[in-house]
Design a protein around this ligand. Sequence first.
Ligand SMILES: [Zn+2]
Length: 305
Amino acid sequence: MFKKISLSLILSIYAFGFNYNLNPQKVSEDVWCFFGKAEVPSKENGGFMANSCYIDAKDSYVLIDSGTSYKFAKQAYEAMQKIKNLPVSTIVVTHEHDDHWMGNSFYKSTFNAKIYAPKSINENYDENSKPRIFEILDAKDMENTKVIKADEIVSDNANVKVGNKEIRILRIKEKAHTSDDLIVYLPNEKVLFSGDIVMNERITSNRDGSVIGTLKALDTIESFDYNSLVAGHGTLTGKNATEHTKNYFTLLKTRVLEAIEAGITADEITKVVTMDDFKDIAMFDELNSRNVFDAFRELEFYDEE
Ligand SMILES: [Zn+2]
C-alpha cells in the first residue's frame, strides 16, 4: 500500500512538476496571503520565499506580488479559486527582485491582468532576461515563466479603484530595500503591504538596499494607520510586524558607526560587528556578514544630520 502511494506520488511529481501545496491564510477581511519560506531559494522549496497576497475586490482579485514562477502562480490561483472563483484583474509588484514577480506570466497570459510596478522592472529587464531563479530551478519548473513588464509605472503615488476596493500605491522616495520600492495601502481595510522593506522571522537581504533609507522608509510605513501589515517575507502581520527589521537596522547602524569611529577597517568589520543577538533568526548565516559589510561601505562617509 505504502509503496503504491509513493510510486503514484513520484509519478505525479514527474508528470506535473513541483507541488507547492499552497494554503492561503486569511490576513484580514478580503485579504489572503501565501507566506513564503524563510529560506534561500532552492529546488526543495521551489523558490517559494516571498509572500504573495490576494485582495478580493468583489468582481476580481487584486494581487500584491505574484510569486516566483508561472507554476507557482497557477497553483496559488487554483487554491484561491476554492475560496472564490474570480479572475485576477490587477497586480502590484513591490520591487524588482525575481521572487516577487515572475508569476506575472501566468496572470498576464490567463487574464491579461494589468500590472503596476516601479520603473526598475521595465528599465532593468526585457524578454531575454533570465533572473537568478532560472538558474536555481529546473527548466520544467520554470516552464512558461517569462519576464512580463509593467503596464503602468508608479513613479510617485497612484490611487487605483478596483471593484469595491480603494488601493493606494506609493513609491518610497529614498533607496530602501532597493532603489525603487513600492508600498500598498488599503485605507478602508487598514491593511499595508510593505514589500521587502519589512521582513520578519528572518534576516533581511540588504544587498541592493540602504540602512539609512530603510530606517527612513520604516518611519514612513509606521506613520500609516494600519491594523495589519504584510511584510515581503515572514508571517507576522500585527502592529509589531516591523519590529524585527527596525531593531536589526537600528543596531546595525549604531554598531557599524561605532566601529568606524573606533578606526575599524573594511577587512575587520565583520569580525567586530557580529550581530550575535540575531544569530538564531533564520538566514543569519547566509546574510548577516554581507549586511554588515555593505553597511560599512554605506556608512563609511556618513554624516549624521
Ligand atoms: Zn527583495
